[in-house]
Unconditional design. Structure first.
Length: 101
């Protein structure tokens, strides 16, 4: 699996990068094979406060799954995005199994 991590106006420290790679690796083993994953974290102003947005684009078996979540903190945005991605991958795998019956 090829993983591309990108931080826009935010520094993705080693700990956060490792957490993202570990979670994507777990998803690959559980629902895979994931051929390519791109994970982008961006910090941008929203009215009078800073907001963080995390976006994941994952290619799996002829499909592309995209999720994006926004939160006050980078870590919360990353966790919410990965949780949503997990749910979407579950639905994709269940639908694939149902279609092949």
């Amino acid at each position: 699996m090829e993983i591309k991590l990108e931080g826009r106006q935010v520094d993705l420290g080693n700990e956060l990068q490792d957490r993202i790679k570990k979670r994507l690796g777990n998803l690959d083993r559980r629902f895979g094979p994931i051929t390519h994953a791109r994970f982008t974290v961006e910090r941008r102003p929203h009215k009078n406060e800073q907001r963080a947005e995390a976006k994941a684009v994952v290619s799996i078996a002829g499909s592309t799954i995209t999720t994006a979540k926004e939160s006050l903190t980078v870590v919360a945005a990353v966790n919410d995005t990965l949780d949503t991605l997990t749910e979407k991958l579950k639905g994709h795998v269940e639908k694939s199994k149902k279609d092949h019956r």
